[in-house]
Design a protein around this ligand. Structure first.
Ligand SMILES: C[S@@+](CC[C@H](N)C(=O)[O-])C[C@H]1O[C@@H](n2cnc3c(N)ncnc32)[C@H](O)[C@@H]1O
Length: 296
């Protein structure tokens, strides 16, 4: 998420609490760690070249305004000590204009509202970059391509039920629905992503197929897809494996190719095997299924 002020402030958009810690530059690592402990999804670090005074660092993060957030910020202030300052303000959400059209996979194009899809491409309408998932990141592309391959695979129907963990804008859930899934659950823990995904599901006329939820649903799915940051990806693999139906697949991305071995180890410990591995621009994707004789 960037810290730019919104180009447009969409009606009904949530507001965010923007937190800035001003600290001596040599305390950057410990301040970043302390801010992450508030539960934020990311931070922006500004040094002397990007707006902080010489010798100081500014660590900026965003979280939903709530009494819990206020308490957490007060606790952070106490822990930071006298040489650091912590300020916050409530702002309208960041809302950057989406590029007019970006092709993704063999079949799709992500378009801003009102933009016509180029001929031969199926349009997914995404209104801005409020959450991660504009379709341009290599990990998103890897996942879209994996969904397309799975839908076109000979010898089996396209997955009819799909769980998209860490849905962001909802892009992978929308692609799964377009590829023929009749029940899609899109899950995220980030309130802004949930808001953006719900809006995009509605804008793309997919409300009858896609449910956007905050908590991992019970039950199993023909396909579970997860493009997550590295730590939650590793942590959630066992829970996601438990939601893969017999004969189903787990598709994971969000890790650098150098970390593939660590992801594979967790996949195997969860009882699955890796069936396919793909790479794009230094990022990896694994398609995993049940070991013969394991959970299925
Ligand atoms: C890298 S983005 C992927 C967005 C989209 N699925 C895509 O492929 O472009 C990761 C998403 O995972 C969400 N996330 C992070 N930790 C999570 C967790 N523990 N459970 C569910 N979602 C999580 C983030 O809020 C973010 O929207």
């Amino acid at each position: 998420m960037s810290g730019q002020l919104p180009a447009t402030d969409p009606p009904g958009a949530p507001r965010l609490r923007e937190l800035t810690v001003d600290a001596p530059a040599d305390r950057e690592a410990s301040v970043v760690a302390a801010v992450y402990r508030l539960g934020v999804q990311g931070v922006e670090v500004r040094d002397a070249e990007s707006g902080a005074p010489a010798g100081r660092v500014h660590v900026v993060a965003w979280l939903p305004p709530s009494p819990t957030a206020s308490r957490a910020i007060r606790g952070l202030r106490r822990r930071l000590g006298p040489d650091a300052r912590c300020e916050w303000r409530d702002i309208a959400v960041t809302w950057e204009a989406a590029p007019p059209a970006a092709s993704i996979g063999a079949r799709f194009v992500v378009v801003a509202p009102g933009v016509a899809a180029p001929p031969g491409r199926d349009a997914i309408v995404l209104d801005g970059h409020l959450a991660f998932g504009d379709g341009l990141h290599p990990t998103t592309v890897l996942c879209v391509e994996a969904l397309e391959r799975r839908a076109a695979a000979p010898g089996g129907p396209a997955p009819s039920s799909v769980l998209d963990v860490g849905t962001g804008t909802g892009i992978l859930a929308l692609v799964a629905a377009r590829l023929g899934a009749t029940r899609v659950v899109a899950q995220d823990i980030d309130p802004l992503s949930l808001w953006a995904a719900r809006r995009h599901v509605e804008d793309n006329g997919a409300s009858a197929v896609i449910d956007v939820v905050e908590v991992l649903p019970a039950g199993t799915f023909d396909l579970v897809v997860a493009n997550l940051y590295f730590a939650p990806l590793l942590a959630l693999i066992p829970a996601m494996a438990a939601r893969v139906a017999p004969g189903g697949e787990l598709v994971v991305s969000g890790f650098g190719v150098d970390a593939r071995g660590r992801v594979e180890a967790v996949v195997v410990a969860a009882g699955l095997v890796v069936r396919e591995a793909k790479e794009r621009e230094g990022w990896g994707l694994l398609v995993c299924g049940w070991r013969v004789g394991a959970a299925e």
